[in-house]
Design a protein around this ligand. Sequence first.
Ligand SMILES: [Zn+2]
Ligand SMILES: [Zn+2]
Length: 345
Amino acid sequence: MPPDTMPASVYVGDGALEVQTLPVPDVGPDEALVEVSHCGICGSDLHLVLERFARPGAVLGHEWAGTIAAVGDGVDGWEVGTPVVADDQRGCGECRACRRGRPSVCLRRGERDLLGFRGAYCRYITIAAPRLLRIPDGLSLRAAALTEPTAIALHAVHLAGVTPDDRVLVTGGGPVGLLVLAVLRSVGVTDVTVSEPAPARQARARAVGASAVIGPSDLGPVPMGRTAAHPFTVAFECSGRAAAAEAALDHLDYAGTLVFVGTGSEWPRVNQNRMIILELTAIGAYNYDAAGFAPALELLASGRLPVDLLVEPADIGLDALLPTMERLARGELPAKVLVRPEVSA
Ligand SMILES: [Zn+2]
Ligand SMILES: [Zn+2]
């Protein structure tokens, strides 16, 4: 039997998080109670906390893996103790977005409360049973916590239509950029340049398999009406910085594509003349492919991603969440940090 209360990291306003004791949620019919094993820190969590967008009382964290601790009435086929992640909600299959193969932006899905989100920086969460996916044998709960960001990286790569002939630029060598780089390598793309200022992240990008690692100043001004000397065919903007997006657009080749993956609070300026003359495309990649999380789970289970390089070696407790977010925002930690839902102090 699960306990009555649990530790949770709660956003209390003014950019602050506090570990509180909350009641373990009741399991409704057709739901499962999941004991969280690990939950990754997402760039969106950093924005919500450090830039103070979150609503006080929110528990953040959506990149989790865990074990079923209880099932509600009417739940068939799921047993206590099963290691799981939760897929995205299914699209309706009929609306314009679904018909275009983009069910994760289905027009008929319910309103999402992005600011007051009830997430997994706590010990237990409830999940609608149809969303559960079993973690394959041989894939650890810890590695499975990368399923959601891996699904995002796969989606970004698929939306761009990247092929092994492409010359790719990734701006931002943090957790998101490293995952995009690793996914690109896993689908046979070898020419990937990463632009990143922080030395720890530059070194990690090299280890993950970047063919070149540069600093932002290496993406200098490009002459008007011409391409850069060595332009890229596809760019993934993973830093959330306006200057990086502007430089990435400038350094695209004719018919090149920029994919926005990292969110940010300053907006880039778009040189429409360059976009017109070079017939550039800019797209946003926010969510997941129509196949949901299953391909990401499969890719992680295949062992083709260097998980040890994509995750920081030391997991943290709930009480270390805020200082770790600050370190991530400063670029001190190259890769994904996983949170254990416990208090270490
Ligand atoms: Zn995320
Ligand atoms: Zn739909």
